[in-house]
Design a protein around this ligand. Structure first.
Ligand code: HEM
Length: 561
């Protein structure tokens, strides 16, 4: 075999590898790398076997190896790129930026910088409702996609979700499950969210709110600036700890994340949000030393909380554990301890940052729009003239304007702004938003882009206008003089069988906290603290993450003694 034959052989192998990987999608990064390394090695071995007269020195063997490896990898890459841009690619008819068609690296870099949701919105503004955002991925920003992709007759969760669980646990959590296992586990979750369960959780929340108000009274007395965003997080973490494990987190009492656990959780979410863009990289990264440290710490932490909960038993109010563990024995197959621990951990992760971001965004909007703030406060004062009942949800339906402000907050600042993917199963290609979405495509339905589209919210979709919700409610068909408010396009809690499992709990939680804080305190951004730009700095790491929001807190005059 001459050098020419080596080159032709390596190129043929490159093409054969592409054909193989197209048919059998690699589940990790290390197997393809090992395969390519080994194949180059075997090719050089074959060269020397077939041409025994070829000089065999360390130098010539190395040179042949490098040539074979380089040609194989280059042909494989060129073949992949050519196919991805070819007119016969199944997604050739979907418009999108060239970089995204070629490689997932295009969206990966936006995931790393937390700009994914904003980039998706810009791409939809440029290319329309259906955009190709990866070699095999599309984003569809339309109300139609919400029902036909996320709804009951839609598609199962895609590989994006595969690694959101804890690799140190044998069971997957609710977020990672799809199909029948998801339906089964979701039934148990739903049982934990009935009206009577919500009342139990509300009683737990009112205790936490009382503590928050005590702490804020203290800051007001000391005239000490407070990181409002951080304290929103302390509230929601402490509350989720109570709900999921019957207690144990005391961030508000300590006034800090003492053992750094929640900083780790945030880092973990950020890392996962980046990996989820290339799910096949996860199994490879897990082989690296130190990589399991974060999940292992979380595992130990959840385990210790679970042990404490098991020892303590159910308290006066039934917590989530009670339902997840099926302590009433309603299931034929009772959940295992591992399943309950991992779902308890999920409740902390899924329920704390989302609610905290909603609360912080609402309060930021109040600080930015004093005239709207004044109207919310007037309503709260009217509904709770002496404060009686403010830590219960009984009168929440009377907080009409506050609810409109919360809806507008969740429209403009959805805490999960771009979401995860659904994968079209083989044989289930269908037309969505006028475009054929072929088999095996990963489909994203980006909440932020949909909720800021003038097709769904008009006029001024990028302005904070809570009254749009009131105007729409006052008309019988939801339409007012050329205005658009498409309720079907309002999905901050997602949609369909895998929508937020605790939507009603979350709504009560943030309503109660907003009402109590607005009623009791005057707040203002600390001078030169950059608070006015807070929302611009929010990053999309699947769940939004934010910087400090430093505010001065004062008791309203009527509460001063
Ligand atoms: C305002 C606050 C909240 C918002 C905006 C929110 C939003 C969402 C969204 C958009 C999803 C779907 C994510 C996806 O498919 O990728 C989701 C799922 C979920 N959320 Fe929430 N959430 C909130 C609060 C909570 C709370 C308090 C809990 C607490 C227990 C919770 C538990 C869950 C769970 C378990 C799932 C997974 C559901 C499934 O896959 O079946 N969320 N949430």
């Amino acid at each position: 075999m001459s050098s020419n034959e080596l080159i032709v052989g390596a190129a043929a192998l490159g093409l054969a590898n592409h054909a193989y990987f197209r048919r059998f999608e690699p589940g990790n990064a290390h197997h393809p790398v090992i395969t390519v390394v080994l194949q180059s090695f075997l090719l050089v071995g074959a060269l020397h076997y077939l041409d025994p007269e070829r000089p065999l020195t360390l130098f010539s063997a190395l040179r042949d190896y490098i040539t074979a490896f380089f040609v194989l990898v280059s042909t494989l890459t060129a073949s992949i790129f050519t196919y991805r841009l070819a007119p016969w690619h199944p997604l050739a008819h979907v418009p999108g930026p060239l970089g995204a068609k070629l490689s997932k690296v295009y969206m990966l870099r936006h995931a790393v910088t937390g700009q994914r949701s904003k980039v998706l919105k810009a791409l939809h503004d440029q290319y329309g409702e259906v955009v190709r955002i990866g070699p095999n991925e599309v984003s569809i920003a339309s109300a139609e996609a919400i029902t036909s992709v996320l709804g009951a007759g839609g598609y199962p969760k895609g590989p994006f979700y595969k690694y959101w669980g804890d690799p140190t646990f044998p069971a997957g959590n609710l977020l990672t499950l799809t199909g029948e296992p998801h339906t089964h586990r979701r039934r148990i979750w739903n049982r934990g969210m009935t009206a009577s369960s919500l009342k139990d959780f509300e009683a737990i929340l009112s205790l936490r709110m009382t503590l928050m108000l005590e702490r804020f009274d203290g800051f007001a007395a000391e005239q000490k600036p407070v990181d409002l965003a951080e304290w929103c997080n302390y509230l929601t973490v402490d509350f989720m700890g109570d709900v999921a494990f019957g207690g144990g987190f005391e961030l508000m009492r300590d006034g800090e994340d003492r053992d750094g656990m929640f900083r780790i959780v945030k880092m973990g979410i950020k890392a996962m949000s980046i990996q989820a863009q290339m799910p096949w990289i996860s199994p490879t990264l897990k082989l690296l030393p130190g990589f399991k440290e974060v999940p292992e710490r979380l595992h130990e932490f959840s385990n210790s909380r679970a042990e404490a909960r098991v020892k303590a038993g159910a308290k006066t109010h039934k917590d989530m554990w009670y339902h997840l563990m099926d302590e009433e024995g309603k299931e034929t197959r009772r959940p295992t301890l591992a399943e309950v621990i991992i779902d308890g951990g999920l409740a902390i992760v899924a329920g704390s940052d989302t609610s905290a971001m909603t609360l912080a965004s609402f309060l930021w909007r109040m600080l930015m729009h004093p005239e709207i703030h004044a109207r919310v406060r007037a309503e709260v004062d009217k509904v709770y003239p002496d404060g009686e009942g403010i830590l219960s949800s009984d009168k929440h339906n009377e907080l009409v304007f506050l609810s409109a402000c919360l809806s507008e907050t969740l429209r403009m600042h959805p805490p999960v702004p771009s979401g995860g993917s659904r994968r079209v199963p083989s044989g289930q290609a269908k037309v969505v938003s006028g475009t054929l979405i072929p088999d095996n495509t990963d489909v994203f339905v980006p909440t932020y882009a949909i909720q800021l589209s003038p097709k769904n919210f008009y006029p001024a979709p990028e302005s904070f206008d809570p009254d749009r919700w009131l105007r729409a409610h006052s008309s019988s068909d939801g339409e007012v003089d050329g205005e658009v408010l498409n309720q079907a396009a309002f999905v901050p809690f997602s949609f369909g069988p895998a929508n937020c499992a605790a939507k009603n709990l979350a709504w009560r939680e943030v309503t109660m906290a907003c009402a109590a804080l607005v009623r009791r305190y005057d707040m203002s951004f600390v001078k030169n603290g950059g608070g006015e730009r807070w929302a611009d700095e929010v990053k999309d790491f699947y769940v939004n993450q934010c910087d400090d929001m430093m505010v001065d807190i004062r008791l309203r005059d009527e509460f001063k003694v």
